[in-house]
Design a binder for this molecule. Structure first.
Ligand code: NAD
Length: 251
């Protein structure tokens, strides 16, 4: 049986590594999907790649801009009539440098996308879900939202903020049967890790040694968890932080 049959899912960062693989998984499980991302070109490419799996709408938006968030939510509802699942996933890594050397404009940029973008998504999607009396939100944080690590303090700060936003929202909308959880991946094989490896001047092989299962996650590993949280298999779960981290949390 398809696990998201009849559901409408909005995915931000939908043209990126984790977003696109999750979109494919959702489509294969019967959902209709709205892909939101920064660039028209990457959105059209993603739509072309995923078209054979199901119905897709793409909306270009910068998740840190309120009017653009309002617009993608409006477009999703106009096109598909509702939003059952919101994968609030767009994010950026920022620059690699010790805290004392970080430039404040880089700090602001990371906070703007990862914190303001996540918050704005909830501000506009939650009213739709509470009105429906049903919905599941999955916010993408990181292991960096639960632990520290050197060189990426703005990213760490932003992903910890996503935990607070998740808990606050989960409590506010629980009485409307809307669920809000966060996911916490360790390094995943996407563009973002290639950029961080370059910034840290370290190779995948070396970083993978710090993960008990001995490898990076694949986007499909993350999609499996997101699917569980999106589906009716998790209807009694809200306000929770889910690690998907190859055992890093046990260290
Ligand atoms: P990615 O760079 O492949 O995808 C991120 C997507 O977000 C891109 O398509 C990008 O265009 C989009 N995006 C960036 N800024 C945006 C904005 N302002 N508005 C709209 N879209 C924007 O990276 P990914 O690994 O797929 O990252 C997805 C999420 O997973 C991010 O929140 C990231 O922080 C988180 N994460 C990634 C890893 C990892 O190792 N890759 C680990 C933990 C958490």
């Amino acid at each position: 049986m398809e696990r998201l049959s009849g559901k409408v899912a909005v995915i931000t960062g939908g043209a990126g590594g984790i977003g696109k693989v999750t979109a494919e998984r959702f489509l294969k499980e019967g959902a209709k999907v709205v892909l939101v991302d920064l660039f028209e070109e990457s959105l059209s490419k993603a739509k072309e790649e995923l078209a054979s799996f199901g119905e897709i709408l793409t909306v270009q938006a910068d998740v840190s801009k309120e009017s653009e968030v309002e617009n993608y939510v409006k477009k999703a509802v106009e096109h598909f009539g509702k939003i059952d699942v919101f994968f609030n996933n767009a994010g950026i890594e920022g620059k690699v440098a010790p805290l004392v050397d970080q430039k404040m404009e880089d700090f602001d940029q990371v906070m703007s996308v990862n914190v303001r973008g996540t918050y704005l998504g909830l501000k506009y999607v939650l009213p739709i879900m509470t009105k429906q009396g049903d919905g599941s939100v999955i916010n993408t944080s990181s292991v960096a939202g639960l632990n520290g690590s050197p060189g990426v303090s703005p990213y760490i700060a932003s992903k910890h903020a996503v935990v607070g936003i998740t808990k606050a929202a989960a409590i506010e909308v629980a009485n409307a049967n809307v669920r809000v959880n966060s996911i916490h991946p360790s390094p995943v094989n996407t563009r973002m890790m290639r950029s961080l490896e370059e910034g840290m001047n370290v190779e995948e092989e070396t970083l993978a040694k710090s993960i008990p299962l001995g490898r990076y996650g694949e986007s499909s590993d993350i999609a499996n968890l997101v699917l569980f949280l999106a589906s009716d298999d998790s209807t009694f779960i809200t306000g929770v932080q889910y690690r998907v981290d190859g055992g890093m949390g046990a260290l």
